[in-house]
Design a protein around this ligand. Structure first.
Ligand SMILES: C[S@@+](CC[C@H](N)C(=O)[O-])C[C@H]1O[C@@H](n2cnc3c(N)ncnc32)[C@H](O)[C@@H]1O
Length: 310
């Protein structure tokens, strides 16, 4: 075992013995960073964020509800008579665009307050929500550095064939306002996986694989939108330095903190659903070992994108 791996394993074990989860309550009016560093706070992000000191984080990653508006009807694949596994969770339901917009705006306002002056913010979404999120970010003064297009090599096909298969998600990467120039960007690393010689803002990688998936007691997916480790690895290695503190206020299965810790960063995660928090606890029992080596084969990307070698 290399010394860095041994260190990571030790850090994970330390985490477990110290207790990974804090349950938020009204008896806790304030959190110091030392209280919550490398912890998952089980609670409502809107309440918890207000208790965290301003200018605390070097980077924030948000994977908010998408507001997919799928309704109650099950989507059927007519040819194979199976049901499409969409996002039907309660946490994705809002009564209107106005309600969704207020949710995003309040979240972004709280997040902006806890970002350090040179921190960056990533928000991921699909065509259902990302345009609304982007507009709200700009209205709040965030300065967008990039949108990154994640091209999925194994997207869910459009079974009815009535529109294009939706094979992308978009990440918006931003700073607090236009004046921020000293943010972290690891250019050489970014070039190692971005498309073409310039390392463009197109990331080609599969959705969360079976070996990474967290399962519930019935052997079903614990979370409908668990993000791949490789995606978070790219986000974290391009926009943070070792020892930086990363926030994920809507953590789901805790992918952000799990990857952050393995890469020598610290984290704070917030998640309201106890079922997912339990999943995070289980997840952290198995230390993640990753390096900054790119796991996606360039040939496969060229082939998938039908790009000519240049
Ligand atoms: C799209 S999922 C995040 C998935 C995550 N990135 C992963 O890899 O598993 C959004 C999460 O936000 C959580 N959530 C929604 N409203 C919340 C709130 N007010 N406070 C904290 N978490 C919330 C949901 O329970 C859900 O797990």
């Amino acid at each position: 075992m290399k010394s860095s791996e041994a260190l990571n394993k030790k850090l994970f074990e330390e985490e477990l013995s110290n207790g990974l989860v804090i349950k938020d309550s009204e008896n806790m009016p304030f959190y110091s960073i030392e209280d919550i560093k490398n912890k998952v706070i089980q609670g409502d992000a809107f309440k918890v964020l207000k208790k965290i000191p301003e200018e605390s984080f070097d980077m924030v990653f948000i994977d908010p509800p998408y507001f997919l508006q799928l309704g109650k009807k099950k989507l059927k694949r007519w040819n194979v008579k199976t049901t499409v596994n969409g996002v039907l969770d309660e946490w994705d339901k809002f009564s209107s665009f106005e309600e969704y917009d207020r949710f995003i705006e309040n979240l972004l306002l709280e997040v902006k307050r806890v970002m350090k002056p040179n921190a960056t913010l990533w928000v991921i979404g699909t065509y259902h929500n990302i345009f609304r999120v982007g507009k709200i970010m700009q209205d709040l003064g965030f300065w967008i550095l990039n949108d990154v297009i994640w091209v999925k090599t194994n997207p869910m096909p459009n079974w009815l064939g009535v529109r294009f298969t939706n094979a992308t998600e978009t990440l918006i990467w931003a700073v607090k306002d236009k004046s921020v120039k000293k943010y972290t960007f690891n250019r050489e690393y970014a070039k190692s996986f971005g498309i073409g010689k310039v390392g463009a803002n197109v990331w080609v990688l599969p959705i969360c694989g079976k070996s990474e998936r967290l399962l519930d007691e019935k052997g079903q997916k614990l979370h409908s939108t668990q993000k791949p480790i490789e995606l978070l690895k790219r986000v974290i290695l391009t926009s943070t330095k070792e020892g930086d503190l990363i926030l994920d206020p809507m953590a789901g299965t805790g992918t952000t903190g799990y990857v952050a810790k393995a890469l020598g960063r610290d984290f704070v995660m917030i998640e309201v659903n106890p079922k997912y928090v339990k999943g995070i606890k289980e997840r952290f029992k198995k230390p993640l070992r990753i390096t900054d080596r790119n796991v996606i084969n360039k040939g496969l990307i060229q082939n998938y994108m039908k790009l000519e070698e240049d």
